[in-house]
Write a protein that binds this ligand. Sequence first.
Ligand SMILES: [Mn+2]
Length: 228
Amino acid sequence: MPHQLKEQALFIADAHYPHHGDMFLELLKKIENQTIQTPQLFLMGDIFDLLFGHNNYIKTFSLQAIERIQKLSRSIEIIYLEGNHDFCLKEIFPNVKVYSRKEQPIHYKLKNQDIYLAHGDLYQTGFGYNLYSTLLRNKTTLTLLKPFQKQIINHRMRKLKTKKICGDFIHYQKRFDAIRNHYPKNALIIEGHFHQAVVYKNYISLPSLACQGEVGVIENAEMIFKKL
Ligand SMILES: [Mn+2]
């Protein structure tokens, strides 16, 4: 039985924390002090610009946000779909329902409507990308890389900090149609990853918190985008 999406469910996608501002941290604070009330928080991937498990050094860049999610996950339901920048998260967030790329998409219902959720990098990515993500999201690889971790992570974080991640995705129709082909025609697909904040046929490309500064919210059984 698929789970139900709840009224006022909140979808945060592509915050790319700790770069691109403090909006993600502010949102977590507001949820914690109940300025924003939600029964169900979906973290749709690339919430962190770089975070993975089995490594303590990478956590030092995002400690405040990590601790807030850990704390919040003891009081509300948090579902975390790993992205291409944040993975192997189960050991970091034991009380969060974490879904790796391999475990996506996840099937939900919104009343009678079938909903499929994924970060957005499941299909149409190519062999190289698939191999790269399988290798990188592997405990052994992460352990082997440990002696070089500071250099690799510092270098990566420096690059990511200045990377331009916002912009219009030209010809997104073709890509979104290709993704849509993997799903039942009458289902609704909700993904992040593309930073577009558009609804195209039955495909919802969520806003990126880093780019549009918006989140998705379920109101009257429909997904709307808004600033909080
Ligand atoms: Mn992504």
